[in-house]
Design a protein around this ligand. Structure first.
Ligand code: COI
Length: 353
């Protein structure tokens, strides 16, 4: 089968019948098809959508050595009437190309990215879970493929998209580990790019967090180790005295699409004030002690809206209340828009009828 732009080779043996989509962990199960296309010296080949399969790559392929690799994370949902829907996917395309620019990689054309996702989701629509917290996670990624071990931007790249039925990334409230020892990203670095290197940079701290019974690190700024940045899988939000406070985008944290959606929904739909400003750990602890810290949560595509139950480490011990009215309202509002249960005031949802 050939679409005008894509060569489509459907699988002869779908694995869909073998899986139970009502109970799925995050990131272990992949659907039937993937998109893959090579780009050489800025010239894109014909993208192929075919059965999910392995790559065969030269051992000197530069991504293995110098990590010129970026990715995106987004989700397709099933609306109540059964139609697959995408949420703000153009924002992911934009961010992917900002990451590509920062990592000196060839940008991905808009129609390749967006039409590729549409084709893939239509083809694997049976893999979208039915429940409100499940979704088909979409993972576009671009990596350097020059078989060359000189340190230099690659001339050749591979762009791929696969999808994975998922439940929420965190299945229970999260405990965050406070450390002033490790950092995720520094000013002038690549912290705001969705680059693979930011995630490998987080692993050592994460390992320490897990050894202390925590789920993730609460990353602090690289200079003073005082200001809250993000937590690697999600952007952070605090509710203090009825207002939402979230760290500003200053180049070291990921500009989350869910973060942006949450800020707009709080301000424009839920009548809640949002301050995008530096927030220090001392402020959070002081507010906790005086009783004005009401909620803490993370927002992200994979994490959705995840309650933070506790901050612990480096002399800090903050236990957060179980009652979380603002994050519950945000979660419900965003879910209702995504599943087409409520009006979509910003045109964020695209139905793939
Ligand atoms: C996402 O929310 O899509 C992310 O990319 C986080 C991920 C690393 C699990």
């Amino acid at each position: 089968m050939t679409h005008s732009k894509f060569r489509i080779r459907p699988t002869a043996t779908s694995r869909l019948g073998e899986v139970d989509l009502s109970d799925i962990p995050f990131g272990r199960l992949y659907s039937d098809h993937m998109l893959s296309v090579d780009c050489s010296d800025g010239e894109w080949g014909v993208p192929e959508i075919g059965p999910f399969s392995n790559f065969s790559l030269h051992p000197a392929t530069s991504v293995f050595h110098y990590a010129q690799a970026i990715f995106e994370g987004m989700k397709a949902y099933r609306a109540d009437d059964g139609v697959p829907v995408l949420f703000r996917s153009r924002e992911n395309w934009r961010r992917m190309n900002r990451s590509a620019h920062r990592m000196v990689m060839t940008p991905v054309p808009e129609d390749l990215f967006l039409d590729g996702i549409r084709e893939l989701v239509r083809l694997d629509r049976g893999w979208i879970p039915d429940n409100a917290t499940g979704a088909l996670y979409i993972r576009p990624f671009l990596f350097a493929t020059d078989p060359y071990i000189g340190v230099h931007p690659s001339k050749d790249y591979k762009f791929c998209i696969f999808t994975a039925p998922v439940g929420p990334y965190y299945t229970k409230p999260v405990t965050l580990y406070v450390t002033r020892r490790w950092i995720r990203a520094a000013p002038g670095g690549i912290g705001e790019a969705k680059a693979a290197g930011n995630y490998s940079a987080s692993l050592y701290g994460m390992q320490e967090a897990e050894a202390h019974g925590c789920d993730q690190v609460l990353w602090l700024d690289a200079i003073e180790h005082r200001f809250i940045e993000e937590c690697g899988t999600m952007n952070m939000m605090f509710v203090i005295g009825g207002r939402v406070i979230t760290p500003p985008l200053g180049g070291t944290i990921l500009p989350g699409v869910t973060r942006d959606s949450a800020i707009r929904l709080f301000r424009e739909q839920l009548d809640v004030e949002v301050e995008e400003r530096p927030i220090s750990l001392e402020e959070v602890v002081a507010c906790h002690e005086e009783g004005t810290l009401e909620e803490c949560f993370g927002v992200g595509t994979a994490a959705i809206v995840s309650r933070v139950a506790r901050l612990t480490g480096d002399g800090v011990e903050v236990n957060l209340p179980e009652e979380c009215p603002l994050q519950d309202r945000l979660r419900d509002t965003i879910t209702d828009i995504r599943l087409c249960r409520a009006p979509d005031p910003y045109g964020w949802v695209e139905r793939l009828d």
